[in-house]
Design a binder for this molecule. Structure first.
Ligand code: UFG
Length: 369
């Protein structure tokens, strides 16, 4: 995983990470620190755990790396506050994760999603421009492709026919970025389209701890394995796939993180452009397969129940990640087994997420007390 990115000193020194306390953000911060960047992280804690001292995820990121993070509780809708942070720091580049991302909620509260995701992005771009910062990595999603016309999906696949508001905010932002980079060649932007991020940092110290009720497969499945939920409902076993369940391209969150470090390196060598890359493994895995692997590697038993298809779900989606390999020098390294093992380590060491201190087994393993 990205060894070459870790040993070369970056041309950019300081990277501002929005949504830095969140699931993907906090894992990316670890890789950025390991790669030698100075990290300024901001988060409004809309979907990340916060305690009296700030972000437990980011404190643990500091513990993992032995490096310090400049952290601000800040909201992108509060433009003067963002402006102040840019006044205080010489930001070379922004990685923009902060967004609301619950598909169901987005359908019920479209204005909330448009305001938060679109206006937040507009404020950020304006503040960046006024501080002569024109480099950005944007956190996009394979959801922009809608129902695939052809698999695997390349970046050339049409975008825009999306069935949910959350996905449309990602699509609209990509369109906005196209207009911006066409109008002003100072902008230098990479948009990364993630497939299905799962797993956790191998230390078990940081992982996914959504503050809202979650519905994604892996966190739900591991709650069932822990005995906190009685049964995993599988949404549909009548899809046109080998075992009848939906197929996705699950990618280890540490592979996603190393994809951002690879993107930064390429961004620092280029000028005036907008590039889009898929970040996926290129391998489709069915719900049933993922459940089987999870049970096997964690030695747990997950009761399942087949129910109707979930509204808006697509049959199958996996990436062609050739472009990221050719141009970013990046490929996903982790197996499905590692994704399950690492997620389970995080879950069992932190059964209540960040709310409680991790179990002492971790401290013993790492020789710290
Ligand atoms: N699934 C179940 N039971 C569950 C949860 C999920 O059977 O309890 C199935 C779904 O039907 C689907 C697969 O597991 O076939 C994966 O579902 P997830 O909810 O984990 O992920 P999605 O592919 O629906 O969506 C995720 C994110 C979106 C993002 C998308 C593409 O939730 O925000 O990946 O990036 F847009």
């Amino acid at each position: 995983m990205g060894i070459s990115h870790r040993i070369k000193m970056p041309k950019f020194k300081s990277v501002l990470v929005t949504g830095g306390a969140g699931y993907i953000g906090s894992h990316c911060v670890v890789d950025l620190l390991n790669a030698g960047y100075d990290v300024i992280a901001i988060d409004n804690f809309a979907n990340a755990v916060c305690d009296d001292e700030g972000s437990p995820a980011l404190r643990r990121a500091e513990q993992i790396t032995g490096k310090k993070i400049a952290f601000y509780k800040a909201d992108l809708l509060d433009k003067p506050q963002i402006n102040d942070i840019f006044d205080k720091h010489d930001v070379d580049c922004v990685i923009h994760f902060a967004a609301l991302k619950a598909v169901g909620e987005s359908m019920q509260q479209p204005l909330l999603y448009y305001q938060n995701n679109l206006l937040g992005m507009l404020n950020l771009l304006e503040v960046m421009r006024s501080h002569n910062c024109y480099q950005m990595v944007f956190s996009s999603s394979c959801t922009v492709y809608g129902e695939p016309e052809k698999l695997p999906i390349t970046e050339a696949h049409p975008t825009g026919s999306i069935t949910n508001v959350y996905g449309r905010t990602k699509y609209f932002i990509e369109e906005m970025l196209k207009d911006l980079s066409a109008a002003d060649e100072k902008w230098n932007i990479i948009s990364l389209r993630y497939f299905n991020p799962v797993g956790a940092h191998p230390s078990g110290l940081i992982g996914e701890d959504p503050t809202k009720e979650f519905s994604n497969l892996m966190p739900y499945m591991s709650q069932v394995a822990l005995g906190k939920k009685p049964v995993l409902t599988i949404f549909g076993n009548d899809y046109n796939t080998p075992d009848g369940t939906g197929i996705r391209d699950y990618i280890h969150v540490m592979d996603l993180a190393s994809g951002h470090v690879a993107a930064l390196k390429v961004l620092s060598d280029a000028h005036g452009r907008l590039k889009v890359y898929n970040l996926g493994t290129g391998r489709g895995v069915s719900v049933k397969e993922l459940v089987d692997v999870f049970q096997r590697v964690t030695n747990t038993n997950i009761p399942i129940k087949y129910v109707e298809r979930r509204l808006g779900d697509i049959t199958a989606m996996w990436a062609d990640a050739t472009l990221a390999k050719e141009e970013l020098g990046w490929t996903a390294q982790h197996t499905i087994e590692e994704m399950c093992t690492d997620f389970w380590r995080w879950q069992t060491m932190n059964p209540d997420g960040y709310a409680k201190k991790q179990k002492t087994t971790f401290i013993a393993v790492n020789g710290k007390s």
